[in-house]
Design a protein around this ligand. Structure first.
Ligand SMILES: NC(=O)c1ccc[n+]([C@@H]2O[C@H](COP(=O)([O-])OP(=O)(O)OC[C@H]3O[C@@H](n4cnc5c(N)ncnc54)[C@H](O)[C@@H]3O)[C@@H](O)[C@H]2O)c1
Length: 447
């Protein structure tokens, strides 16, 4: 059992990696002009002065720039990973050494250490949290509801050692939270529906400048990148099976087709299935796709999308991975049960032998774009993290009036972020003429 030293200032692989993390974070910063401008304003205005922010995010070079922005705003910041495989150890070291961030994250950390790090981020005593998958917020609510048995071991032990007054204070101190991803927002909306939310949430994912770009173009490109880096598979001429045609699935299907793959889409939602069909993809059930695919990727936010019956039907050498938030989309327990052999054959590639056929599972079924590649390009995270930074400011400014619901950032924030991004890209766009404003606002103007 790991003993939690709650007041440890950080826990990273090695501070010796900090120079490399700094260099790479500066490289990402070049492609993050919107966040840079927000940081400059925050430096002057200090909107988060005196606030403690605990973040549970992928520890990447882009996140380093968000952390620097929160620090510029005057916040004290703790950061743990939102996935055991997504941490970039050099970035973690850089944030500790150069930004004074309390980072608790090590790439490849085991289950116990992962949750110990979450416990440390909670023990930091945040006023605000930032989640990617709702882990901090759901832990805080388990504490509030007294459901300690549902907490992961290290968090449960930390909370059990607290007095009832300390537990109450831990939750009561939090004035709001932001959520980065679709899966987290779904969970938080379920909590709001049950009426149990203890503080307001800003669903950053629901901003148009987030999901339309990050989920689609970011996930599309970086997922293909992760699959290629892990396997060096030739995409051209392969058959790619994309499970889920939401924002992420659309992005991957588009990019895989662009690289020359024949793309099959599976869906459970008729409108999305129809859209995929009319976008020119083959649409079928997973049972039909299983014997045809060379590469399978799930991006649904759902559980057990690829199951034993599908693995049993796959070709020798089929590559299977996931880019949805949690590692539950592939039923890997069922695969282990039906396999006669199992071994690691390459970094991030495990081979399972089923009826003499080899099935290759990438990145333990975790987000392949973060496990085997670097996550989304900085240019797209620029907009996602501009939303995160502005959401933190918005929560502080409006904490007296925001209800305990899941909120979107106001539309003007989306417009502001898109406008700044277009300006940085040197792209001009038209504005409405006064005549057009009048025309659009009337119901009886000329036909
Ligand atoms: N890899 C990344 O970096 C990254 C980035 C953003 C979001 N995500 C995650 O990816 C997942 C998808 O996000 P999204 O924004 O595309 O969500 P979305 O809601 O837009 O799309 C999900 C789609 O999956 C479909 N689906 C659900 N169950 C299915 C099943 N059994 N078979 C086939 N299709 C099914 C839904 O009908 C929906 O169309 C979420 O878990 C999200 O948190 C990952």
């Amino acid at each position: 059992m790991t003993s939690i030293s709650l007041d440890a200032p950080y826990d990273v692989r090695s501070l010796d990696l900090a120079d490399e993390g700094k260099r790479r974070s500066e490289w990402a910063e070049r492609s993050m002009p919107v966040l840079r401008q927000i940081r400059q304003r925050f430096l002057k205005e200090k909107p988060l002065a005196g606030r403690k922010v605990s973040c549970c995010l992928h520890v990447t070079t882009e996140t380093a720039n968000l952390m620097a922005t929160l620090r510029a705003a005057g916040a004290e910041v703790a950061l743990c990973a939102s996935n055991p495989l997504s941490t970039q150890d050099d970035v973690a070291a850089h944030l500790v050494r150069d930004q004074g961030v309390h980072v608790y994250a090590i790439k490849g950390e085991d289950h116990e250490t992962y949750y110990t790090h979450l416990a440390q981020a909670l023990a930091f005593g945040p006023d605000l949290t930032q989640d990617d998958g709702a882990d901090l917020v759901s832990s805080l609510h388990m504490v509030k509801l007294g459901r300690l048995e549902d907490l992961a071991g290290p968090i449960r032990r930390m909370v059990e050692a607290m007095s009832p007054a300390e537990r109450t204070a831990l939750v009561a101190r939090v004035r709001g939270s932001t959520e980065e991803t679709t899966t987290g927002v779904i969970r938080l909306k379920a909590m709001a529906k049950e009426g149990i939310l203890a503080f307001p949430i800003i669903a950053v994912n629901d901003s148009r400048t987030k999901h339309m770009f990050d989920n689609r173009y970011g996930t599309g490109q970086s997922t293909l990148d992760g699959i290629v880096r892990a396997t060096n598979v030739l995409v051209a001429g392969s058959t790619f099976v994309v499970a889920g045609y939401g924002w992420c699935g659309r992005g991957l299907a588009m990019r895989a087709r662009g690289a020359g793959a024949q793309v099959i889409v599976t869906e459970i939602e008729p409108v999305a299935a129809l859209e995929a069909r009319m976008d020119g993809f083959e649409v079928m059930t997973m049972a039909e796709a299983a014997p045809r695919g060379d590469v399978f990727c799930t991006l649904t936010g759902n559980i057990h999308v690829i199951r034993a019956e599908h693995f049993l039907a796959m070709k020798d050498g089929a590559i299977v991975c996931n880019s949805g938030h949690f590692n539950v989309e592939l039923d890997l327990e069922a695969l282990a049960k039906i396999s006669s052999e199992h071994r690691a054959v390459r970094n991030f590639v495990e081979e399972f032998v089923v009826d003499g056929r080899r099935i290759l599972v990438l990145g333990e079924g975790r987000l392949i774009n973060l496990a085997a590649a670097e996550g989304h390009p900085a240019s797209v995270m620029d907009m996602s993290f501009a939303n995160q930074a502005l959401a933190a400011e918005y929560l502080v400014k409006n904490e007296a009036t925001l209800g305990r619901q899941v909120h979107m950032l106001p539309r003007e924030v989306d417009v502001q972020i898109a406008t700044l991004k277009l300006a940085a890209m040197g792209t001009h766009f038209d504005v409405l003429t006064p005549e057009q404003v009048t025309y659009l606002a009337s119901w009886d103007a000329g036909t």
